[in-house]
Design a protein around this ligand. Structure first.
Ligand code: ACO
Length: 327
């Protein structure tokens, strides 16, 4: 190999997992003052999956990881880097990466989680890409996994109709053939209070607090910033790669809301049949959403090897990110 040959991180396998229990819009109609029609027309969501009482984020991540490893044909001994995007870790510590490492019988490699809300998978992908392309890792396991049902207020119709549980995973391997072409990350903490959970470890509940330990969201305002920011990050990605909109084969967007997805597709002048949409199946699963959508489209044969994919995400923080990938 010539020293000047570029090493890429290629996605060699994907996997995902949705918990068995399904909560439909009709089920939600019995819990809060809402309707199937309202949820479908405002969000595109038809159902979401809810983790069993004894299932944790690591359990979901493990299933997705095993499927991705099987698809890539790699075993525990091959993996030398683990990063998990999650906002709903099992424990304060150890992080989900370490818990997962133990489950998968992988020992010694770096394992950690990133807490960038819905952007967790793409942040993780970007970090893993740097490790693989620098030669510091050869086979990375990148995951997005969430049990958001644990931090949703099931009496708040403004949020409980939106979120769900799930996990998605990808294996990245060093290769001379193109894989990830570029990743673009961003954040702006000025918007932290449009989408947040008020309590954690250091900021605990105080006697005069009025909010419960649940997701708080100013949906309308989130919507507007999300659309604008996604437009910007998509433009930035295309510019950085000197690409035209029409050269993208598949847009794999964060599955938050069909209207946000449609707005980004319009901006890219992409017909919706080139956009992977799975939000109807699982709602907004935060960090799990992009790898869930990716895995579904790979497994059902929509996404083919050699195609050009644009992944994008936006979430609490605010954080955002994109990845351009030759699959
Ligand atoms: N069922 C019925 N009515 C509802 C519901 C519900 N589940 N929720 C709210 N409403 C009512 C409101 O009370 C309001 O009633 P009013 O006019 O009498 O006051 C009316 O519907 C309109 O409310 P809006 O909040 O203006 O509705 P909007 O069209 O903005 O849709 C939604 C709300 C779906 C939350 C939208 O703003 C949205 O999707 N925002 C982005 C949220 C998001 O995607 N967050 C995650 C992105 S980032 C991340 O993934 C972490």
């Amino acid at each position: 190999m010539n020293v000047n040959d570029r090493i890429y991180a290629r996605i060699t396998g994907t996997g995902s997992y949705l918990p068995e229990r399904v909560l439909s819009n009709a089920d939600l109609e019995k819990m809060v003052d809402t309707s199937d029609e309202w949820i479908r027309s405002r969000t595109g969501i038809e159902r979401r999956h809810i983790a069993a009482d004894d299932q944790t984020t690591t359990d979901l991540a493990e299933q997705a990881a095993r499927r991705a490893m099987e698809a890539a044909g790699v075993g525990p001994a091959d993996i030398d880097f683990i990063v998990v995007g999650t906002t709903t870790p099992d424990l304060v510590f150890p992080n989900v990466g370490c818990l997962l490492q133990q489950r998968l019988d992988i020992h010694g490699c770096p394992a950690f989680s990133v807490e960038t809300a819905c952007s967790g998978f793409i942040y993780g992908l970007s970090i893993a890409d740097r490790y693989v392309t620098s030669g510091a890792a050869r086979c990375a396991l990148v995951i997005g996994a969430e049990t958001l049902s644990r931090i949703v207020d099931w009496e708040d119709r403004g949020t409980c109709v939106i979120f769900g549980d799930g996990a998605g995973a990808a294996i990245l391997q060093a290769d001379q053939a193109p894989g990830i072409l570029s990743c673009h990350l961003g954040a702006d903490g000025r918007y932290w209070d449009l989408l947040y959970n008020p309590y954690g470890t250091s900021r605990q509940r105080r006697p005069d607090d009025t909010e419960g330990p649940f997701i708080q969201m100013k949906g309308n305002e989130v919507f507007k910033v999300a659309v604008k920011t996604l437009e910007n990050v998509v433009e930035e990605t295309l510019r950085a790669n000197d690409l035209d909109h029409h050269e993208i084969d598949w847009l794999v967007p964060h599955q938050a809301n069909i209207r946000i997805i449609q707005a980004t597709a319009r901006r890219l002048d992409m017909p919706m049949d080139k956009v992977v949409v799975t939000v109807q199946e699982h709602g907004n699963t935060s960090a799990a959403s992009v790898p869930l959508a990716l895995d579904q489209a790979v497994r059902d044969g929509r996404i083919q090897r050699g195609e050009l994919l644009l992944l994008e995400t936006f979430g609490g923080g605010f954080t955002w990110g994109s990845a351009l990938i030759r699959f």
